[in-house]
Design a protein around this ligand. Structure first.
Ligand code: RNT
Ligand code: ZN
Length: 426
């Protein structure tokens, strides 16, 4: 028996003493997919016009070495990252990650065949695919408005983009036998005090109605709409607010709300919102991120809010209703490592939640024994959680706690990257 197995047996006993079954938790964790976003690897540059900067009020700050210089390098790095994330994964793509054969294809002209190579990649890597229209980083988004634009030709352009993206989602779903979630986020909004807050929302509503008018089976593609409270340059007004999309999704059964953990007031939490959607049997998409004072898109950690979100999913048995995805972009640390760390943190948080002695906690709550409820919640925190996580990595044949030192996978051909991993600068 090796060290990991021995440790696991110790942990198993410790958890069992509190009424939690580690074997069951590991089996469940292995089944729950996490949709890993493809854009941390290259700061959301994509393959359409990689040199065009980001727009839409989002930014990847930092200049760590190792940003891929070609599509080949990009795919290589992505593969390295995915190989360090244990369990079931999906991959969330953006429309700018297309194969255009070196010739510019406009966003309102993209077709499934431009993304066919991703299907091969997904099959090889055993991934499901999710998709995102790219309603930003484009001259037609330069004035800050897309689907809610008052310029009809601009609005039409983006509606066509949205429609085409759903068809690409359907193509992924058909080819992989697992529904793609196509997530629509637009940057639209005003920097300063806005007089007419209604008309842009009426236009957005109409745009979405048009985009979703084509019937597509939800066994192939599902849509989500992602809200935001404010962005850089849209501090005072965002057309696609949480209230707007919650109402839209409630009244239109063909889409769900996507909640990004960085898109709310800093004192608001997504974890506290989830059960209000579950009460109405609503499916939910999540963009798990880490806001530091604002929507900063820091790498996800094994922190309180990430655990609280996963606890909600586990406690309410919402594995089929809540779809977990990641969304962050930090260019100040190694990009492969960032992709790995965030996704692993999400899975660790899930495991932590799966190891909760839920029935006991619930019993205390129903009996009104809030003292024991609180004490037990604290007691769980010091159990040998890391031993169970190591076992999860081992059973998936993926490096455990010391994954960062797996230079063969992580560093590869990039000396600079090896440097930044072993000697963090600044
Ligand atoms: C932006 C949204 C959106 C993007 C991705 C790249 O604030 O969070 O989800 O991060 O589409
Ligand atoms: Zn997001």
């Amino acid at each position: 028996m090796d060290r990991i197995e021995k440790n696991y047996l110790i942990a198993k006993e410790a958890y069992a003493a509190l009424g939690a079954d580690t074997d069951l938790a590991l089996t469940k964790l292995n089944e729950i997919p996490v949709s890993v976003h493809c854009w941390q690897i290259d700061d959301l540059s994509g393959f359409e016009s990689p040199d065009r900067g980001l727009s839409g009020g989002i930014a990847a700050f930092g200049n760590a070495p190792g940003k891929p210089a070609s599509k080949e390098e990009y795919l290589n790095n992505l593969t390295r990252a995915l190989k360090l994330i244990p369990g079931r994964n999906r991959l969330a793509l953006h429309a700018i990650y297309l194969e255009n054969g070196g010739k510019h294809i406009e966003r309102d002209e993209i077709e499934p065949h431009h993304f066919a190579f991703w299907v091969d990649y997904a099959k090889e890597m055993k991934l499901g695919l999710d998709f995102n229209p790219t309603y930003f980083s484009h001259p037609k988004a330069d004035d800050g408005f897309t689907l809610s634009s008052s310029n009809e030709s601009i609005r039409k352009f983006w509606i066509e983009h949205g429609k085409r993206c759903r068809r690409i989602g359907r193509f992924f779903g058909q080819k992989l036998g697992s529904p793609c979630i196509t997530n629509h986020w637009i940057p639209d909004g005003y920097k300063d005090i806005t007089i007419d807050t209604l008309e842009p929302r009426m236009r957005l509503k109409d745009s979405l109605d048009q985009i979703f008018s084509e019937p597509i089976s939800n066994t192939e593609n599902k849509d989500s709409v992602e809200s935001k409270l404010f962005g850089l340059g849209s501090e005072s007004y965002v057309t696609g607010s949480h209230e707007f999309y919650s109402n839209y999704a409630a009244l239109n059964n063909n889409c769900m709300v996507c909640m990004d953990t960085g898109h709310f007031h800093p004192t608001e939490t997504v974890s506290s919102k989830l059960s209000s959607y579950l009460a109405f049997n609503r499916e939910i998409m999540l963009h798990v991120s880490r806001p530091v004072r604002w929507d900063s898109d820091h790498v996800v950690l094994f922190d309180d809010e990430t655990r609280a979100i996963m606890q909600q999913i586990v406690r309410h048995n919402a594995f089929d209703t809540v779809h977990i995805g990641t969304d962050y972009f930090d260019a100040s640390i190694d990009r492969i490592a960032a992709t790995v760390l965030g996704a692993r943190s999400v899975k660790q948080a899930l495991l932590y939640a799966l190891l909760e002695p839920y029935h006991l906690l619930r019993r205390y709550e129903y009996e009104g024994d809030f003292t024991r409820r609180l004490v037990l919640l604290e007691q769980i925190k010091t159990l040998p959680f890391g031993f169970v996580w190591d076992e999860f990595c081992r059973m998936n044949d993926i490096p455990g706690a010391d994954w960062i030192n797996q230079q063969k996978i992580l560093g590869g051909n990039n000396n600079e990257r090896e440097q930044i991993c072993s000697h963090p600068q600044h």
